[in-house]
Design a protein around this ligand. Structure first.
Ligand code: GLC
Length: 492
């Protein structure tokens, strides 16, 4: 006889512990609800609450103070670059000005006419081919000069008259005056050789001399944020912050000279006005680790695969050059984890297959399509080549898009709220421009509301104002103010 020992489990015990799944029972596939929960879990680190955003504000202000102080300026991650623009236009600026605008894949030449009635503009857009963005500086500036010559020719602009020119160059430049500026480092996918460390106004002049058929008089070099601020200030005198959320992101604001320790000995503090627009270059916030507490594995992947790893980390969480790619990296992970597209990840695993405009289009559909048919989302994903697509997938992709773009809007809001608080004005207008701000369906509203939340009960009134072509009009305005001052000083 064999004696078997049977372990007895009391009835109470059985009730306490959950029933164990018997191994021969097929596992139930997760419900749509459970899948969404798992997706939310993967995305949870990208959802920032106000206490984290307040932490961003504190850390960014610290970085900005480092950028302004004499002792720390040379190593600070947020550069805080003096623009040498010290007053906003007063509306009396008049004349014809040429403006150049280089800052992304497009390059523009403009003729801006400022009259008492307002301003009119003629402009032409030229593409900057990828090989020129990454070729030699000489070839890049020759292309710029060529485009300018074409524009002058096509618009019968009198070549014998040297028109004053404002050059919007939307990269970090160390300026030593209004008409000189050395490129510190390329951003936004540019890598042309022989330009970093050089005066870009000089490079432009040399390119014109090489052609011999055009002569220019560069009276102002400026960042696009400064152009945006100036263009809005032309209409609203209390505009003192300029922000770009486009291919890249950046902000400038009017700072008191006594807060700019590094300008000691360069600008006389007693000079009036006792202020200067500072181009923050906030895109580089976090390059020193100051943003480590909110970075995710997805941010690390996007950064590692970029042309400038370790650089422009704040920009990489926000701007149009990266928003689509960041979304794609998350979608790839979800597909690999079988939470999307029935596990078919091959199509979505292709780098840069999901540009930022898809994020805007998918979220526009999420917002407007009452029946939630996701027809646009379907067609975008099908065009990419995604297989095994369902309506639930489309809804989940839209969810991921909204998580990524909301975080971008909230981080931008943290930067702006910090500047408003720092400046301490009772009323302030913020000029804003850039493709993400213009074309993303919910970004402007999210940004606006979050700034309000972050300012709390501060009693500071603020208003976001879309800039009407700041890079062009603003360049002309800076040029106009500079020309007026020059004339007032009796210079030719
Ligand atoms: C990048 C550039 C900055 C520019 C911004 C928006 O961050 O470094 O100069 O203002 O893009 O175009």
């Amino acid at each position: 006889m064999t004696i078997t020992t049977v372990r007895c489990v009391s009835a109470e015990k059985l009730l306490e512990s959950p029933p164990r799944q018997r191994h021969y029972e097929p596992r139930r596939p997760p419900s749509l609800f459970e899948i969404r929960e798992m997706i939310q879990n993967v995305c949870s680190e990208l959802v920032l609450d106000n206490s984290q955003l307040h932490k961003v504000m504190t850390a960014m202000e610290k970085s900005m103070n480092e950028g302004l102080a004499k002792e720390t300026a040379s190593t600070a991650s947020v550069r805080m670059l003096p623009s040498f623009v010290r007053s906003v236009p007063n509306g009396s600026e008049l004349g014809d000005f040429l403006a150049l605008d280089l800052g992304g894949t497009n390059f523009r030449v403009l003729l801006v006419r400022l009259t008492v009635e307002g301003s009119t503009m003629m402009s032409k857009i030229f593409r900057v081919p990828d090989n020129l963005m990454k070729g030699t500086g000489e070839a890049l500036f020759d292309h710029i000069a060529h485009c300018m010559a074409v524009f002058i020719e096509e618009n019968n602009i009198d070549k014998s008259k040297k028109l004053p020119l404002g050059f919007t160059f939307s990269f970090p430049c160390k300026q030593e005056g209004l008409t000189r500026g050395k490129l510190i480092s390329w951003t936004k996918g540019f890598k042309a050789s022989g330009v970093e460390g050089m005066d870009v106004v000089e490079l432009l002049r040399e390119a014109c001399h090489r052609r011999k058929d055009i002569d220019i008089d560069v009276v102002a070099l400026l960042n696009d944020t400064v152009g945006t601020l100036m263009a809005c200030a032309f209409k609203e005198n209390n505009c003192e912050i300029g922000v770009i959320v486009g291919t890249g992101t950046n902000a400038c604001y009017m700072e008191k000279l006594d807060k700019c320790g590094k300008l000691e000995g360069i600008v006389d503090k007693n000079d009036r006005p006792d202020q200067m627009i500072i181009n923050t270059e906030w895109g580089a916030f976090g390059d020193d680790g100051a943003m480590a507490f909110l970075r995710t594995e997805f941010d690390d992947i996007v950064d590692k695969e970029s042309i400038n790893p370790g650089k422009q980390l704040f920009e990489k969480t926000i701007s149009g050059m990266y928003m689509g790619e960041l979304t794609r990296v998350i979608l790839e992970k979800l597909a690999r984890d079988k939470l999307l597209f029935g596990g078919h990840y091959e199509a979505i695993a292709q780098p840069h297959i999901f540009p930022t405009k898809y994020v805007s289009e998918i979220e526009a559909e999420l917002k407007d399509d009452q029946e939630q048919t996701f027809s646009k989302t379907y067609s975008i994903l099908e065009d990419i080549g995604v297989e095994g697509l369902s309506t639930a997938d489309c809804a989940n992709v839209a969810y991921v898009c909204s998580v990524v773009s909301s975080r971008a809007a909230f981080l931008t809001a943290a930067g702006i709220a910090m500047l408003i608080r720092r400046m301490g004005k009772k009323e302030i207008v913020i000029g804003v421009d850039g493709s993400v701000y213009r074309f993303h369906p919910t970004f402007p509203q999210l940004l606006d509301e979050k700034i309000g939340e972050l300012l709390g009960n501060s009693n500071q009134e603020y208003r976001l104002m879309l800039s009407e072509d700041g890079s062009g009009r603003g360049a002309a305005l800076v040029a106009a103010v500079a020309t007026r001052l020059k004339q007032e000083r009796g210079e030719k």
